[in-house]
Design a protein around this ligand. Structure first.
Ligand code: NAD
Ligand code: WQD
Length: 357
């Protein structure tokens, strides 16, 4: 049984949050989750993903519809529970949208985080795991990327919100030694829970590769556009470090345990596999594993795209005792299981009910 019991999870109805909650419940924690449904589906204020999580684990999740920008409401929810630690997933994350609406992104991600930190401090709860991103590294100066790689040379607003939050965390932990924080820099999360009952179902339009491949494979799009086939990589296409969302979830449990065991002040870890995979390699693997066809056309490079990005994840292995286990095959297989079980995402059941009268 964990020493800490109650974990407060922001953005819990979202993709990574919901998968992480499964791992937390299975590790024996109780979860209090909040979300404002900016990018997750709900049924009359209930988080559908979290209802599924309850079915998978057989354990309850205390859920509140709450916007981190609504500080009085956040304070009210926080006061109802004895919170031991917080995992902060809530953020908006669409790179293109962030360039169009910078105020919206800075307000949501930065003010939302400030509100959360202030409420935590007021309650004497200063243990935090923060969702950061490999995006803070900008265009890599060396590969694989270690945590000591410079940060901040970022070309988009979303990425800068993550960078500024990391800088703010440095300042708050320097000012008040009670803070005990781990910032996790995720590489490219993909896949779904092996049950196929929870997965990625954003309400905002997505642009990421794996969901796009699945849309083509299932027949909703005629082909995939590959953004650039003339990069200086093995096959000319972009390289990323894809990591199974369940591995990412276990990384959070490992981070919580590390915070429990030692007062770390502020530490940063990469969560990746350490392996690069090209766009063409991912498509091929997906086709093999799912026995589908993913037609594609190679077109122009996407503006601002990074050629190659993969992690050195040794620090998390050495200090958190965590390491990614799942293969690219498992990432494809699990994502596809979720997709074919839920072709319309979480709304499938509701749509079926309407169709059946
Ligand atoms: P997601 O959009 O599925 O989940 C985020 C959740 O936060 C959503 O359910 C959304 O409704 C909620 N939210 C947003 N603003 C909120 C607010 N003001 N108040 C309350 N809830 C709010 O995204 P995800 O992929 O699960 O990402 C989780 C975290 O991981 C984010 O911080 C994201 O920036 C970070 N991250 C994601 C990736 C990725 O590729 N998915 C990579 C690196 C880092
Ligand atoms: C992966 C590869 C594309 C779509 C995003 C965010 C970043 C971070 C990680 C949160 C690239 C290629 C893609 C398509 C393609 N997220 N591609 N056709 O670029 O690593 O970054 O996720 O913090 O902030 O920007 O991920 O999935 O968009 O692209 O050819 O239709 O697939 O060019 O090489 P990326 P991605």
């Amino acid at each position: 049984m964990p020493k800490w019991k109650n974990v407060f999870v922001t953005g819990g109805a979202g993709y990574i949050g919901s998968h992480c909650i499964v791992e937390l419940l299975e590790a024996g924690y109780d979860v209090i989750a909040v979300d404002n449904f900016a990018n997750s589906v709900n049924d009359n204020g209930e988080a559908i993903s979290l209802k599924k999580v309850e079915q998978i684990t057989g354990k309850p999740v205390a859920f509140y519809q709450c916007d981190l920008l609504d500080k009085p409401k956040l304070e009210e929810v926080f006061s109802k529970h004895e919170i031991d630690c917080v995992i902060h997933f809530a953020a908006i994350k669409a790179v293109g949208e962030s360039m169009q609406f910078p105020f919206m992104y800075y307000k949501n991600n930065l003010i939302g985080t400030i509100n959360l930190l202030e409420v935590m401090q007021a309650h004497g709860c200063q243990q935090l795991v923060f969702s950061s991103s490999c995006t803070v590294y900008g265009n890599p100066e060396h590969l694989p990327i270690t945590e000591t790689h410079p940060t901040g040379n970022i070309t988009n607003v979303y990425g800068r919100t993550k960078f500024f939050i990391e800088e703010m965390l440095k300042d708050v932990s320097a000012a008040d030694k009670s803070w005990n924080i781990i910032s996790l820099r995720y590489f490219n999360p993909v896949g779904a829970h092996p049950s196929g009952d929870i997965g990625e179902d954003p309400t905002k339009p997505f642009t990421n590769l794996m969901p796009y491949i699945a849309q083509v494979a299932i027949g909703n799009k005629p082909y995939l556009t590959i953004f650039g086939g003339d990069y200086e990589t093995t096959d000319g296409t972009g390289i990323r470090d894809y990591i199974h969302v369940m591995d990412l979830a276990s990384g959070h449990v490992a981070a919580l345990k590390a915070l429990q065991n030692e007062h770390l002040r502020l530490k940063v870890y990469n969560l990746g596999t350490g392996e690069g995979c090209s766009v063409l390699q991912l498509i091929k693997k997906f086709e093999e594993v799912t026995k589908t066809k993913v037609p594609y056309k190679i077109e122009d490079r996407r503006i601002g795209d990074i050629v190659s990005m993969y992690a050195n994840a040794n620090l998390a292995k050495e200090e958190l005792g965590w390491q990614a286990k799942c293969t690219v095959e498992e990432m494809c297989k699990d994502f596809w299981r979720w997709k074919i079980k839920n072709p319309n995402g979480y709304k499938t059941d509701a749509v079926k009910q309407v169709a059946n009268g």
